[in-house]
Design a protein around this ligand. Structure first.
Ligand code: PMP
Length: 352
């Protein structure tokens, strides 16, 4: 076992982590420390060991709980977030869920701006937990009506703290200080590659920074950092050729970008895979059928990218990826045969 040299802001907890302890009564401490699961089907297909970080097990059900608590911690520390203050954020939903739950626990009001195209389940969940939800029409980033710009203006009007997850580096810092050392401990420092999709880039960039520091401290080669990108996103082209041009579209939510978010700036991404929806959904359904784990579309893209890397490199390698959120968040879309047929996507046998 190789020891982490990165000081962690919050205890790295979880049954698979040495020194695991029962989290304290503060709900923020129950974020992170998720299990690293060996994905049996993907590993058997490739002869590699492919692991998935079970981020759907966070209290708000997604990897974005980590960004939410890191952003709130940082705003409390630098004094911008005052007791009983208001937080405003533009989100595809999961960050809004994390912010609202942590906000509830610490006495902050959360105003969440979200494109109306996101899944009904996330909308219902945000309402259920008491978010002040503002749905806006989906617009490209260059349009002033885009949900991110909308949330910035609203924060100014309300005199509130704008979480600004895309450009707020507290986001990637949270992943650098927690997710990266967790992965390092859980794999005993034996990791050849990490594949990950990008919404804000917080997970990809933070894990890349953390794993590179941890391997450098041990004089070891750093794992290869591979972007898993959906169609309709410019980031694959940006990694491959420096060109952010976009083709196609995707039914996945929360990932893909037409610009380079602040969290990704200055971070070297070693390689990229562009994954069509059908290939991602095949992995979503295989995971459910073969190992009883239900995940959303971005996790499918991440697993599909890990399988491609494993096939390119051949048997014996160790690859980790992120199971970003759970499938029940997309029941009305990815697990709805009418939706799938309308999008020309495969329908799993048990739903046909
Ligand atoms: N998957 C899902 C389901 C998400 O909601 C998000 C964030 N919007 C991501 C992946 C991407 O995470 P990050 O923002 O850290 O790039």
């Amino acid at each position: 076992m190789v020891e982490s040299t990165i000081p962690t802001e919050r205890p790295v907890t979880g049954p698979n982590v040495p020194g695991w302890q029962v989290p304290s009564a503060n709900m923020g401490a129950s974020i992170g420390g998720t299990p690293l699961i060996r994905l049996k089907h993907a590993s058997e297909l490739t002869g590699c060991t492919i692991y998935g970080k079970a981020e759907f097990m966070n209290p708000g059900g997604s990897v974005k709980d980590r960004a939410a608590v890191a952003i709130i911690d940082a705003a409390e520390r630098d004094g911008t977030l005052k007791p009983a203050g208001t937080i405003v954020e533009g989100t595809a939903g999961n960050t809004g869920i994390g912010l609202t739950l942590v906000g509830n626990a610490r006495g902050y009001r959360c105003v969440i701006v979200m494109p109306e195209t996101q899944s009904q389940e996330k909308i219902d969940y945000l309402r259920m937990i008491g978010a002040d939800l503002r749905l806006v029409p989906a617009k490209p980033f260059r349009d002033p009506g885009n949900y991110v710009h909308h949330s910035r203006r609203l924060a100014e009007e309300l005199g509130a703290v704008w979480a600004n997850q895309f450009d707020n580096l507290a986001n990637r810092e949270g992943h650098r200080r927690a997710m990266a050392p967790e992965l390092w401990h859980q794999t005993g420092g034996r990791l050849d590659a990490f594949t990950c999709a990008c919404g804000t880039g917080g997970t990809l960039a933070g894990v890349a920074l953390g794993l590179r520091e941890l391997s450098a401290a041990q004089g070891m080669k750093a794992p290869e950092i591979v972007l898993a990108d959906p169609e309709g996103s410019g980031l694959y082209g940006w990694v491959k050729t420096g060109d952010l041009s976009v083709t196609g579209s995707s039914v996945t939510e929360g990932i893909g970008q037409s610009r380079v978010p602040g969290n990704l700036e200055g971070i070297v991404i070693d390689d990229a895979e562009r994954i069509p929806d059908a290939e991602a959904l095949e992995q979503v359904f295989a995971l459910l059928k073969h190992e009883g784990i239900s995940v959303g579309g971005s996790a499918g893209i991440n697993i599909a990218a890990a399988i491609r890397v494993a096939r390119r490199w051949g048997p014996g390698h160790v690859i980790a990826t992120v199971l970003c959120d759970g499938g029940s968040r997309y029941q009305s879309k990815l697990f709805n045969p009418e939706f799938l047929r309308a999008k020309n996507l495969p329908v799993p046998s048990w739903l046909a």
